[in-house]
Design a protein around this ligand. Structure first.
Ligand SMILES: N[C@@H](CCC(=O)N[C@@H](CS)C(=O)NCC(=O)O)C(=O)O
Length: 199
């Protein structure tokens, strides 16, 4: 299988790249200089990430990760469809882009990404409230030494870990989440996935 990933560091591109490193399968990386104004030529909106599988383009980081983890079942990063943990796996895979990510992204947009004149303090306040509410729930779920599915690391941890690390300061009141993020980002595959792409 020929896999090409169109990628910009420090974006949601980290998700499929981290997963590809966990899967330990060959792939070609095409860096996109998004912050320098380049657009992603294979994404309908010019965004990152997107990938080509045997020449066919696919976008949405969550969908890419969901598909890749299932496509290589022998790597153990997604429970089998009839496994008891599969429903929890689906729940966390969708929880990240659907519930965890939106308030975190609003905070990022209105504190760092948008030009200062377009930032709205009220949106930050509202999003922080929402993010804290989600973090409080997650903190109780992660009150152990394992992962979202318990003892087994899965693709859901890639989705969650690569989102929770956007706003490390906001994790300070939640030591169980901080420990979880340290645990998942200490993995060799994570380190490989964050290596610079430039020669
Ligand atoms: N839901 C999409 C979001 C893609 C997205 O918005 N990517 C950002 C980088 S994290 C981007 O390319 N922003 C610039 C743009 O869309 O023009 C995904 O998860 O793949």
């Amino acid at each position: 299988m020929d896999i090409e990933l169109y990628y910009t560091p420090r974006t949601r591109s980290s998700r499929p790249r981290w997963l590809l490193e966990e899967l330990n399968i060959p792939y070609t990386l095409h860096p996109v200089d998004l912050f320098g104004g380049e657009r992603n030529p294979i994404h309908p909106l010019g965004s990152v990430p997107a990938m080509r599988i045997d020449g066919e383009a696919m976008f949405e980081s969550g969908a890419m990760c969901h598909w890749l983890a299932d496509r290589f079942p022998e790597k153990g990063l997604a429970p089998a469809f009839d496994a008891a943990s599969r429903r929890a796996y689906e729940q966390w895979m969708f929880f990240v882009p659907g519930t965890l990510e939106p308030p975190a992204f609003e905070i990022l947009m209105h504190t760092m990404i948008l030009p200062e004149k377009h930032r709205v303090a009220e949106i930050v306040g509202f999003a922080e409230k929402g993010y804290k509410r989600v973090l409080r729930k997650l903190a109780t779920e992660l009150d152990h030494d394992g992962y979202l599915l318990g003892a087994s690391f899965s693709c859901a941890d890639i989705m969650a870990g690569s989102t929770l690390n956007w706003l490390p300061d906001m994790l300070e009141p939640y030591p169980t989440i901080q420990a979880y993020v340290q645990r998942v980002t200490a993995r060799d595959a994570y380190a490989r996935a964050t290596l610079p792409t430039d020669p």
